[in-house]
Write a protein of this length. Sequence first.
Length: 546
Amino acid sequence: MERRFFLGVDLSTQSVTAVAVSLGAGVAGPFSINFDQAYPRYGTRGGVPPSDDPLKVRVNPLLWLEALDDLLGTLQAEGLTRDVAAIGVSAQQHGTVYLTAHAERLLAGLSPTTPLAIGLAEIFSRWECPIWMDASTSAECREITAALGGTAAVARLTGSVATERFAGPQIRKFWKEAPELYARTAHIALISSFVTSVLTGGLAPVDAGDGYGTNLADIRAGDWSGEALDACAPELLTRLPRLVAADRVIGTVAPYLAGRFGFRPDTQVIVGSGDNPCSLVGLGLIGAPDRHAVSLGTSDTYFGYMNGLPEAARSEGHLFGAADGGAMFLVCFKNGSIARERIKDDFGLTWEDVSRILLATPPGNGGRIMLPYVLPEITPRVLEAGVRRYGGLAAEDPAGNVRAVAEAQAMALYLHADWTGRRPERILVTAGGSENPGLLQVLADVFGVEVQTHDVTQSAALGGALRAAHAWLNDHGAVVGWGGLFRSVITPGSGRIIRPAPGASIRFHAPGGLIAAYAACERHVLGRGPDPGEAIRAFRAAFSDG
Ligand code: XUL
């Protein structure tokens, strides 16, 4: 029988990863290239170059092209490329790539013998791409908010309040600071549509999973919003990719991809999307609003599928499109693995040590609390980095700090997901942190529900592959649902289930529980509340043994 693979490629902050799915025969891979290790000449740490200004995070797009080239070469060497029927792309969300008027011609004319980073070196009108970690556009967010009639109006129209890392504010800043370069920019891609442009050899559209994370779209109309574009920069519509509301095939691979890496010329490419919308697919959550997901990657995210768009006014969180044309919510925390790793490294621990400490120490940490803002934070919005400690947490106490960072992150996930509606029956955990049993136990204890992991922790790349399979099969006349497709690849019940420890959740949720104390610490840091000493004392009085 003919072998047929569906390939998922995920270009994330720190690495590029591929998995190949064969229906009924499981998943091959992951194949991954880490940017810091493979390309030291770019000087990146954690995938980003050092910056004097912690609010500015910008990446040279040639790094991504080199990594893509090497990854596709690896897949060819593994004998996988010739049997790929379709490719689905996932990418870190919100980053923008700026292209000249020559981009279309250069993309179409690339020679199979030329490395991507050389053949495409001339397509960029800007050498640095702001990525999701960039928070330098607060002024532009305020201007956009004023132009669109206030915070609630922006959130209702675009799905999010004006948000520093989103394309709209980033493009506005670029236009204000470098109008001559903006004039030379004929196309602005999101990172996902940039990768699919490279694969198809032409300017590719973007999907609503990524496209709604820009402050530029009208999420109810399913297209770019003229009003939002006008609030951002002049003549923007002609520069943006087309926006497509539900997954579909956008073309076949460019001839050079077939020539250089041995793909079949009829290999299809699916519209690209963000890593979180792809993870939603890779975790089997399309159409399943009763389960939510936590991704413990470079960023921590909390997300889930939604039946319809919520109407209530809100000041944080995001709404994006889902692969089936529906909707998803998302809350993002920048200090995910970055803060966990900092605490681990400060005390010279391994991830196994971290897990052991978390499994051996009491939930609630005796009322010792950390706000782990190693970097400026997205949720809640904190522009000045700094780790804050409360309740007598000593900076030199390894166990106290390990538990404090894990509990703080889990409580932040819990608190800031409040607006998303009904609490889930189960939480699926993915990305690197999902391999750490101690972190999983803390999540189960704080949320008070079961958490589940999957065998494939690269849910974004897997989601890309499943999206490719779904679009290809439907394009070939087979009507396939998302649930059935997911079950044909992932064995039901694979991975692990972790239950809340007896008596643990009450320490967080009871009146006087740690979540109330943690919320008081957040308010204090944000300048919105008094010293949290009272709330911490209340916790200690209620749980004196902790
Ligand atoms: C989501 C977000 C991050 C990036 C990381 O809004 O900014 O999760 O997608 O890759």
